[in-house]
Structure formats: C-alpha cells, structure tokens
Design a protein around this ligand. Structure first.
Ligand code: AP5
Length: 212
C-alpha cells in the first residue's frame, strides 16, 4: 500500500516514516530529505532549493516536480510513503498525472493532526544527525551523549530552518498552501486524519490501524 503522509512542520511525519521503514519495509520518499541531500552534495538543484528552505519558503513547484519524477520513475514494487509531497494544489495535480504515467497509485493520504501551539516546541527542540539523519529532541528524545548520534556517532545539530523566525514562515506556508489539500484528498476519498499527539508509539499504532 502506497501512502501520502502529510501535516504541518513538526507534526511527526519524519518520525513516523522512520518507524514504517523499519517495521513495514516501506520506502520513504521525503522531498525535504532529498533537498537536504542535494544541498550536502552541492548540486545546482541544492543551491537553488537552499535559498527557499533557509527562508522557510516552499521551493517552487517546477523544481520539486522534476526531482520527484526522477524518483517515481525508478520505483519498483516496494510500498512507499510520500512525506512532504505534495504540498501545493499544483503538486497534487501533477502527482496524479505522474502516478498514472508510471502505473502507480496512492491508497490513503494520512494527515497527522497536531495543534499549532505544540509545533513550535517540537521544532525548536529538534536536533538531527548530520551524518545519518536520525532525529532527536532536546527534551523528549535527547541523544545519550550530548551532540553525538546514538546510531552512528555523527554530530547532532539543529537544522538551519528550525530557528523560531523561520519556523513561523514555514507554518504560514503550510496554512496557505498545504492545509487546503485536506479537502482535495477528501474529494478523492483518500483523506484520513490521525491524532498526532501522545507518544510516538501511540501515534504509530493509530497510523498503522489505517494500513491493514
Ligand atoms: P521538510 O523537511 O519536509 O520539513 P517539514 O514539512 O517542515 O517537516 P519537518 O521535517 O520539519 O517535520 P516532521 O513532520 O517530519 O516532524 P519530525 O518527525 O521531524 O521540508 C523542509 C523544507 O524543504 C520546506 O520548508 C521547503 O522549503 C522544502 N520542501 C520540502 N518539500 C517541499 C515541497 N513538496 N514543495 C516545496 N518545498 C518543499 O518531528 C519533529 C520533532 O518532534 C522531532 O524533534 C521529534 O522528535 C518530535 N516528535 C515527533 N513525534 C512526536 C511525538 N509524538 N511527541 C513528541 N514529540 C514528537
């Protein structure tokens, strides 16, 4: 089963995707991660995207779409999770066309529901391993040794877009462009709201109850 996992910045999309990859052998396709990989490799796409990401703005659709198509056309039969895509109405429409082209389909668009007032604390407290991408939180899930990744020993640091002023811009972009997709997916019969509060295990249980 292929799914879209969407929600506000900090709703827990990356955290839940990591569990689905580990426990359900799903492929995680995160446009945010793909962009960060391009930035790290210093590609032209990465340089273009970085300007928008650092400012908390959405990367223009035409840049995002080319990058996603490159991934979709090489997918095998493994079930996948789209995380952070689509994020705008034109992206959602373009996705539909791409899925048709590559004979793929999406069963559900699972929306992680977290009240806005909880998002800021999640994001300002998030720390990420610069080597393997593992995600931590200074209060809820600190690494065992401060600043060092439990999994690979890499440096655990703050994402440049997890500064409070940038988070505000990301939340505005979400409200304006991504939240309206709730009605788009409802119209397609794919929308499912999943409570995103509680422990990550609680959220995971709720999430997978819609996959079986
Ligand atoms: P992206 O990387 O996709 O960022 P985002 O959507 O803002 O989402 P986040 O990664 O910030 O949050 P998340 O929901 O994954 O939360 P997480 O699980 O980490 O995109 C970054 C940028 O790239 C965008 O701003 C844009 O510029 C660009 N971009 C990407 N895709 C694009 C697109 N399609 N179009 C245009 N531009 C695009 O959790 C957050 C924190 O909360 C962690 O510390 C975690 O430990 C903690 N946490 C998680 N779950 C729980 C829980 N249940 N209880 C308590 N804490 C929890």
């Amino acid at each position: 089963m292929n799914i879209i996992l969407f929600g506000a910045p900090g709703a827990g999309k990356g955290t839940q995707s990591a569990l689905l990859v580990e426990r359900r052998n799903m492929r995680h396709i995160s446009t945010g991660d793909l962009f960060r990989a391009h930035v790290k490799q210093g590609t032209r796409l990465g340089t273009e995207a970085k300007t928008y990401m650092d400012a908390g703005k959405l990367v223009p659709d035409e840049i995002v779409l080319g990058m996603v198509e490159d991934v979709l056309k090489e997918l095998g039969s493994q079930s996948f999770i789209l995380d952070g895509f689509p994020r705008t109405a034109p992206q959602a429409e373009a996705l539909e066309a791409m899925l048709k082209n590559y004979d793929l389909s999406i069963s559900k668009a699972l929306f992680l529901e977290v009240p806005t007032e909880r998002l800021m604390a999640r994001l300002t407290g998030r720390r990420v391993c610069s080597s393997c991408g593992a995600s931590y939180h200074i209060e809820a899930k600190p690494p065992q040794r401060a600043g060092i990744c439990d999994l690979c020993g890499g440096i655990v640091d703050q994402r440049p877009d997890d500064q409070e002023s940038v988070i505000r811009t990301r939340l505005e972009a979400y409200e304006k462009s991504t939240a309206p997709l709730k009605s788009y997916f409802t119209g397609k019969g794919q929308f499912v709201a999943v409570p995103g509060l509680g422990s990550t295990e609680d959220v995971y249980k709720q999430l997978v109850s819609h996959l079986d």
